[in-house]
Design a protein around this ligand. Structure first.
Ligand code: FAD
Length: 385
């Protein structure tokens, strides 16, 4: 694994860094307070190719490798996790899944719109009654024998991009087989009659992000909306999440890096007992802990990118990266808040938001406990599920 960035990778990182400084940083506090990222950011992300990374140019993608994708998601995570999540979900979970599993017709219909930012995707797996145990989902898609259409009924919970999205990659049960074997994947345009969406307000963090509950009441889609073979939906969801975990991990590296930058700058400026607090060993310990977390999380994350780009098995490495980086992001933001003292506790300063945003990272795309079960299963050969 080569740790030196190529010219292309360094250029894409610079592009993302400039984008964050220009389009995100000036608005972060306002978007967080108003619970609303400016939606025009989607077209801007698309224009720079950030919604088409790793996708073939033939379908409007901007190419690049998975390390370039990590670099962009890290920079976006450093700027605002609400914006990073827009990319991780629409590109990482929806666009890339259509690119891997879609028919030619589905690729032509959706990929150019999704990669350009003309359309946004969301990922509908979690339900009010099933989170970690996603294979037990209750949403049903029943085939209408006369028309061949599927008629879908059910509800989805905590859906990132939910109220903004044009298409939902939806998982529903197509036969009575219990557990994950009866699950299929569908591409459902969000303007389909019977699909309603409600924004979830009052989140601890990611306040600017459009997280929603979806209700499906006799939503009718043609047979061509089925993504991949019938009954393969759970495998499709798990393959999407395995790659998605790399992108969450990269976003967490961004949070930890932002915590480090903020803590170092503040420690150099703030004076107590006649000198800057950077002079005190206990403050240096907080900063040193953040610094080690940043490096370790980044290396674990880059390893996943390297494995994917070399066509190697990466799922367990992705769980390790996601587990470590998400816990490291929470620790790092918390340590940075300590460096800021009381000023860390008010939202004019960045670290309180970093901690609020970091907190969800150990929960979504598989909680820390679920990542440990995946890693434990790989080590022992025994499944605890
Ligand atoms: P539960 O599964 O009920 O878990 C509760 C607790 O029990 C956790 O601590 C968990 O680790 C533990 N637990 C559960 N089972 C086990 C076990 N076998 N062994 C040990 N411990 C266990 N979902 C989507 O489909 N699409 C999205 O875009 C999306 N975005 C989200 C955005 C936000 C802001 C949030 C908060 C969630 C989002 N989710 C999304 C849902 C997220 O993936 C789930 O919340 C997560 O999978 C956990 O499910 P749950 O909340 O139902 O918790």
């Amino acid at each position: 694994m080569n740790l030196e960035l190529s010219e292309e990778q360094a250029a894409v990182r610079r592009l993302a860094e400039e984008f964050v400084g220009r389009e995100i940083t000036p608005h972060v506090v306002e978007w967080d307070r108003s619970e609303n990222v400016d939606k025009s950011i989607v077209k801007k992300l698309g224009a720079l190719g950030f919604l088409g990374l790793t996708v073939d140019e033939e379908y409007g993608g901007s190419g690049g490798d998975h390390l370039a994708y990590c670099l962009v998601t890290e920079e976006l995570g450093r700027g605002d996790s609400s914006v990073r999540g827009i990319v991780s979900v629409s590109l990482g979970l929806v666009t890339k899944t259509i690119a891997s599993w879609g028919s030619e017709e589905q690729k032509r219909a959706w990929l150019p719109r999704l990669t350009s930012g003309d359309a946004l995707g969301c990922f509908g797996l979690t339900e009010p009654g099933t989170g970690s145990d996603a294979g037990n989902l209750a949403t049903k898609a029943v085939r209408d024998s006369a028309s061949g259409d599927y008629v879908i009924n059910g509800a989805k919970m905590f859906i990132t991009n939910g109220t903004w999205a044009d298409v939902v990659l939806l998982f529903a049960r197509t036969n009575a087989t219990p557990g994950h074997r009866g699950v299929s994947a569908f591409l459902v345009p969000t303007d389909t009659p019977g699909l309603t969406r409600r924004t979830i307000h009052g989140k601890l963090g990611l306040r600017g992000q459009a997280t929603a509950e979806l209700v499906l009441d006799d939503v009718r889609v043609p047979a061509g909306a089925l993504l991949g073979p019938e009954g393969k939906g759970f495998s499709i969801a798990m393959s999407a999440l395995a790659k998605g975990r790399m992108s969450v991990a990269a976003g967490c590296v961004g949070i930890a890096q932002a915590a480090l930058d903020a803590a170092v700058a503040y420690a150099g400026e703030r004076e107590q007992f006649g000198k800057s607090i950077a002079h005190y060993q206990l403050v240096q310990e907080l900063i040193s802990d953040i610094s080690v977390d940043v490096d370790a999380a980044r290396l674990l994350t880059w390893r996943v990118a390297d494995l994917i780009d070399r066509g190697q098995e990466f799922a367990t490495a992705a769980s390790k990266a996601k587990l470590f980086a998400s816990e490291a992001a929470v620790r790092s933001a918390n340590n940075a808040l300590q460096v800021f003292g009381g000023y860390g506790y008010i939202d004019e300063y960045p670290v309180g938001k970093l901690l609020r945003d970091a907190r969800v990272m150990t929960l979504y795309e598989g909680t820390s406990q679920i990542q440990k079960l995946i890693i434990g299963r790989a080590e022992t050969g025994v499944s605890a599920f």
